[in-house]
Design a protein. Structure first.
Length: 456
């Protein structure tokens, strides 16, 4: 299907969920330290989804399947500094809209429009000024038009063929980046050298990272932003790195590998447990299956593995009921993936949680980002992990609560395992699932071979 047909179909699908006109802003560059030195521009995902092009300071008005684009022709000044850019008419053709208007005419076409807040503050102010009501990405569900947000969620929750092709492309680049990272490890001395090798592989495809890369020997810091650590030969290196295509579609992949190219016995034992949780979770994916049950299945496999290793005592089911597994696996099994790495999380839990469902306050469930029955066409991540987080394990309240189930002496023998995560991107299909990132090995022997490959 052509991109024009895809865009028109997306707008028709939206129209089935909402009668009101929906106006989606693309956003604007945020200044870094002064206005002419901005952060790179990335259009709002809702705009990208329906407009199919990354255009700054633009908006698309969608009503009954028809689309109008608002944007200005580039000023002579812009042409001086940034060169020639497409005319408004050319942009209208790429975006396959029914009409295009100058930016200033936006204010004439606001009757009854609903919108979704853009993340950058300047655009949000513009949205609020034009619509004469507070529009804010914070404090959900206040500050958003619920009806528009729900319609967009229903439209974007499952992916069309064009979107899946984009995610496949992001996955291919991401796999190349992880292989490059593995190959760079044995000759690197610092985490950032491996990160650079991975991001170089992404840049070589003329695309960007979908989120800040995590490349760390401290995998227990879940979203570590440090990458200056020295690589020690007995370390595990955790790399959570994903590419984003030029149209904004993301991949989100984690692998954990031994810096030396060989897992120690203790690292291998824990890795095998995380891999078992990963494999069993993926095997359970099918339309109609509750994602929360997949999370609980992975938790049970991890608990079982910890019992086998002597780290935990008790029956796995009961350990999961008591959230004891969350001492080592404190986050959810994954999330929706699409244009955003946590897709549509700008809308809080509206996309991730089925209507009427709310976050649990249970230790083992509170970070679950997706609580819906799976549907064919969704793409989700599966990313179990095992971490020794000092803030959790040294917390007196938790130590007391789990005193009868943790064998601290056995746990101490696994002190060369700080953090392991294995993360893949999975398309839910009518028959079950397809792992879009399957070409990147997860088996420990294959991982070791990749780390040792180019350098020995
Ligand atoms: N890369 C962030 C995540 O895995 O959720
Ligand atoms: Mn993820
Ligand atoms: Mn990730």
């Amino acid at each position: 299907m052509s991109s024009v047909a895809t865009l028109r179909q997306r707008r028709q699908r939206l129209a089935r969920h909402c009668d009101r006109p929906i106006l989606l802003w693309s956003g604007a560059r945020s200044p870094r330290n002064f206005p002419h030195n901005p952060y790179p521009f990335r259009a709002s995902s809702h705009f990208l989804y329906f407009a199919g092009l990354s255009l700054e300071r633009a908006a698309i008005r969608l009503e009954h399947g028809r689309a109008q684009l608002f944007c200005d022709a580039p000023s002579p000044d812009a042409a001086l500094w940034h060169g020639e850019t497409p005319s408004r008419e050319e942009l209208a053709e790429i975006a396959a809209v029914d009409a295009v208007y100058p930016w200033a005419e936006l204010s004439d076409r606001l009757q009854d429009v609903a919108t979704i807040a853009v993340q950058d503050a300047a655009t949000c102010r513009h949205q609020s000024e034009l619509l004469q009501r507070p529009i804010s990405p914070h404090g959900l569900p206040m500050g958003i038009d619920l009806e528009a947000a729900q319609a967009v969620v229903m439209t974007r929750l499952t992916h069309d063929a064009a979107a899946v092709e984009e995610i496949r492309a992001a996955a291919r680049t991401t796999i190349a980046a992880h292989l490059a990272g593995m190959a760079a490890t044995t000759t690197a001395t610092r985490e950032y050298e491996v990160r650079a090798a991975m991001e170089y592989a992404i840049a070589q495809q003329h695309v960007t990272c979908a989120y800040p890369s995590i490349v760390t020997t401290h995998g227990e810091v879940l979203h570590s932003d440090r990458d200056d650590g020295v690589l020690q030969s007995d370390d595990l290196l955790l790399a959570d790195v994903g590419a984003e295509t030029r149209l904004g579609w993301a991949a989100d992949v984690t692998r954990t590998w031994p810096v030396s190219g060989t897992f120690s016995a203790t690292q291998r034992a824990v890795y095998d447990i995380v891999l078992a949780a990963h494999d069993k979770a993926i095997a359970a994916i099918a339309p109609g299956v509750e994602y929360r049950d997949i999370h609980l299945l992975a938790a049970r496999v991890l608990a079982e593995g910890c019992v086998d290793l002597g780290i935990l005592r008790g029956r796995p089911d009961e350990l999961v009921e008591r959230d004891a597994h969350a001492l080592f696996f404190p986050h959810g099994i994954g999330h929706l993936l699409g244009l955003d790495v946590h897709d549509m999380e700008d809308l809080g839990d509206m996309a991730g949680y089925a209507p009427g469902r709310q976050r649990s306050d249970r230790f083992g469930l509170s970070y679950l980002r997706l609580h819906r029955p799976l549907q064919a066409g969704m793409v989700v991540t599966i990313e179990p992990g095992f971490y020794q987080v000092p803030a959790l394990l040294r917390d007196p309240e938790r130590q007391a609560r789990y005193a009868d189930v943790v064998n601290w002496d056995v746990l101490a023998t696994f002190n060369d395992v700080r953090g392991i995560r294995i993360e893949d991107d999975v398309l839910v299909t009518p028959e079950g699932s397809e792992v879009l990132t399957v070409a990147l090995p997860t088996e420990p022997a294959a991982i070791e071979a990749e780390v040792r490959r180019l350098n020995n």
